[in-house]
Write a protein of this length. Sequence first.
Length: 406
Amino acid sequence: MNRVTPIDDGIFFDNGFRKALRSPTYSICYVKRKYLFRRTEPYSEPQAMLCDTLCIPVQETGLSSLNGILHRRKVTEAPTDVIMPDHSGEKAKRRAENRKRIGIRNISFAIIYSIFAICILYTCINHISSDSDIGFSRIVTPNSSEYETSGKAFSFYSPTTYINLECESLGINSLVAAPAATAREFVKSLDLGFDDDDILSCADDVIVTDGMTISVDIVESETVEINAEVPFSTQTTHVQTIPKGTVNIIKEGRNGSSVQIVKQTYINGELSESEIISETVTTEPVTQICEEGVGGTVTIGGKAYSYSYYRDVEATAYGGPEFENGRTSSGKVVDEGMIAVDPDIIALGSSVYIMGENGYSMFDGFYKAEDTGGLIIGDRIDVYTGGDINVAINFGRRAMRVYIFE
């Protein structure tokens, strides 16, 4: 029998003793919070036995030196022929079951914590997104956290950039809170109906800065149907038979009508531009036909003379003693080198050149239109031939061209 000493559960063991307890040659069994530890024969090393107390050989463990650390009880003699049963297999099984239960519990907690964390993250993201709108107010200070207009809150954050926003059409002249963004992005984010067509007072890609002023001109457009006139066109012919620069209308023009689809653009409510998208003509216009006098030149005696116009006329002659010392319609004394004309065709006082046709040039020359006659109407002239009536008789009727000078 070896001398043993009992030791209570929970007693402090020094490092040497704890190493001995972990040795492969020892076995420790938990029974009623007491341990038995003893050495059995014929082994030279201690082995463990289950009993009411933990029995340790005093000589080998040096318990005599552990006074004050181990609680010493009555030393008893343990029989050497009693071998305690080994319950280590059941303990290992219970430990495995405990570890399994603990593992399942930990996995369940991990799933619950993960779901909870995802919910918190989703809530934070939604809160950040909902607070990212830009607010504005007619009266705002840099320390304001909420901006309201007409009792409606637009934002609930504290931005650091403040822009002076002006819009005549919407009646806005306010200090507006804004994050760092371009001018176009800032204006569109206000949720006031601004779009890409609206005109800004600065470039679209300018980054907004604190104290910056941005004016916005509202651009709106609409498509309307309009009944419109289709103007007539004019066809002009250049002629030399009417006074130079005179335009005679041969055929009157007349406007047509159409239905137009027009895009009208307004800036701040005022019409700025109209663009015809399509047009359907309902009544065709009538073209106006005109003639315009352009004048010309005529060569007389090797010299070129500019004239305003010419007329092809039927010429007669008058003369004899009864016309001598007579007065013309212009009040002058009748004389050779004068002709009578229709004032509606050739104005009185005009200088003209008469040229006979068919090679008859006896009376070709320069004349003055100084007289009129009751039968001289339209393209007719009457040439004064002097006091000899026979000359006038021999003149007869002939075709001549009259060039009227400017």
